[in-house]
Design a protein around this ligand. Structure first.
Ligand code: NAP
Length: 485
């Protein structure tokens, strides 16, 4: 049975509407290839309507106290928690991840609303000792105006609230464009926004098929009314948006792809590292931006680690995410499968050893066997591209310097992980890794209370934490003069 929160229209200006063209596209369950629903294929005109709605809603929303906006966000979070099971089922149906992971994602998504409901009230300004005796310097943080969020399919709920919560808490209005493959979670979250009392036009959703994405993107980047765009997705599209935002100098935040190193030093706690790498690598079937893409194991532990990880991988159970005991869902679509197959083949052709898995799963569709490869080297494409699949690519190293040098040999810089019990090494390596997020003795780092984001080609800006609201504000300096008698 389909969840009640499944909506097939978009929320624009407080109304649930189809596209102006009347066109729709199908949302497919990646585990069964069944059609779940058809939702609007929106384009330029629909986006204009959403922009106008957001622009009209902005003055009132901005004028509210942060506490009043926070109360609405708190209620929105409460509604997400109340409907957690339904939202989780919907997420698993459209994205494929196992239900236990969907439940965690829904709580993670709600946590951004709760967190930023409070952060809005702490959007402190500043006073600066003045440069003149007759004046005072004040600094205030103000909302930017009409903003847009563009989100990917791998975390279809959390990526929505990670943008909407700080945007709205700071007093902005938003137009959200979810990914083609996973629009239903965003529409369900919009339903709960409406129920929580988010006023008409403050939060709008426009959906589109993949072929509509450039048109929707262009409508947002070319509009002088849209003052900021926050994008989570591939580095390729991120770079394209940077160029498109140039004409209007639209402010842009980018949460892009990663190529996380996961380093196991010889003094690591072996069992902890083994558990950490499994969580980091196989969660969401490897389809996370902070997934361990290159697993570097010290030669002293290497053979034992490879054997232990392949035993664990072989025990993972693939299947429908809604079924008990299943730990691995499918890949999102066939082009993801083709990429994983290409990377595994290239690695084996260039000398990697296949330890377990390495082919399509007997379940068919886009299920791929949890895989372990060792003897992976820098010449292989798997080391340089995001795998985005359940494939552990293991490299061997000897020294700390060598591990850091391999880890940093990538244009990406999102997350990095390492396991060590040596306090000196912990500080040295944490500071030496060219990434925005470091997990030390853990493979799980996401939380709404810490800043998430990358360096190099993994993007700019931070989401979550006290820092995550800054990108949604502009700073105004007020010089108050004429104060002397
Ligand atoms: P993607 O292809 O870049 O798509 C992301 C979003 O951008 C989708 O909504 C997509 O719409 C839209 N889009 C595509 N072309 C566009 C255009 N020309 N103008 C405007 N929007 C456009 O990425 P994805 O495959 O969905 O997501 C996976 C990527 O996201 C990976 O690289 C992953 O590392 C990254 N990611 C990063 C983070 C982070 O926090 N750093 C978090 C999660 C994921 P369609 O779906 O309709 O094409």
């Amino acid at each position: 049975m389909l969840p009640k929160l499944l909506r097939t229209e978009c929320l624009i200006g407080g109304k649930w509407v189809g596209s102006k063209s009347g066109k729709t596209f199908e949302v497919i369950n990646p585990a069964t290839e069944e059609v779940l629903a058809s939702v609007p294929r929106m384009g330029h005109e629909d986006v204009q309507t959403a922009i106008t709605a957001a622009e009209s809603a902005y003055p009132k929303w901005k004028a509210m106290t942060a506490a009043a906006r926070g109360n609405i966000l708190d209620l929105w979070a409460e509604k997400m928690r109340e409907h957690s099971e339904e939202l989780s089922q919907l997420l698993t149906l459209e994205q494929g991840k196992v239900i236990a992971e969907s439940r965690i994602e829904i709580e993670y998504a709600a946590s951004f609303l709760s967190w930023f409901a409070g952060e809005g009230k702490r959007l402190y300004g500043d006073t600066i000792p003045s440069h003149r005796t007759d004046s005072r310097i004040l600094v205030i943080k103000q909302p930017i105006g009409v903003c847009a969020g563009i989100t990917p399919w791998n975390f279809p709920s959390a990526m929505v609230t990670r943008k909407a919560a700080p945007a709205l808490a700071a007093g902005n209005c938003m137009i959200l464009k979810p990914a083609e493959t996973t629009p239903l979670s965003a529409l369900a979250i919009a339903t709960l926004a409406e129920e929580a009392g988010v006023p008409a036009g403050v939060f709008n959703v426009v959906t589109g098929a993949r072929k509509d994405a450039p048109e929707i993107g262009n409508a947002l980047t070319s509009s002088p009314i849209v003052k900021k765009i926050s994008f989570t997705g591939s580095t390729l599209v991120g770079k394209f948006l940077v160029r498109s935002c140039a004409d209007n100098l639209t402010k842009l935040s980018l949460e892009l792809g990663g190529n996380a190193p996961f380093i196991v030093f010889d003094d690591a706690d072996f069992d902890d590292a083994l558990l950490g790498v499994q969580i980091c690598k196989y969660r969401n079937s490897g389809q996370t931006c902070i997934s361990a893409n290159r697993i570097l194991v010290h030669s002293k532990l290497h053979d034992r680690f490879v054997e232990a990880l392949s035993n664990c991988a072989a025990k993972l159970i693939s299947g429908l995410g809604t079924e008990d005991g299943v730990t691995q869902g499918p890949l999102i679509e066939s082009r993801a499968m083709e990429k994983v197959e290409r990377l595994v083949k290239d690695a084996i052709d260039k000398g990697a050893t296949l330890v377990t898995g390495g082919k399509r799963h007997e379940l068919g569709g886009t299920f791929y066997e949890p895989t372990v490869l060792c003897d992976v080297t820098n010449e292989m494409a798997i080391v340089h591209e995001e795998i985005f699949g359940p494939v552990a690519a293991i490299m061997r190293f000897e020294t700390e310097d060598e591990a850091i040098s391999i880890a940093n040999d990538t244009p990406y810089g999102l997350a990095g992980y390492f396991y060590s019990r040596d306090v000196g090494k912990i500080f040295r390596v944490a500071e030496a890794l060219d990434v925005g997020i470091v997990g030390v003795n853990t493979g799980l780092i996401s939380t709404e209370i810490a800043p998430f984001g990358g360096v190099k080609e993994s993007g700019t800006g931070r989401e979550g934490s006290k820092y995550g609201i800054d990108d949604w504000t502009s700073i105004k300096y007020i010089c108050l003069s004429g104060l002397e008698k």
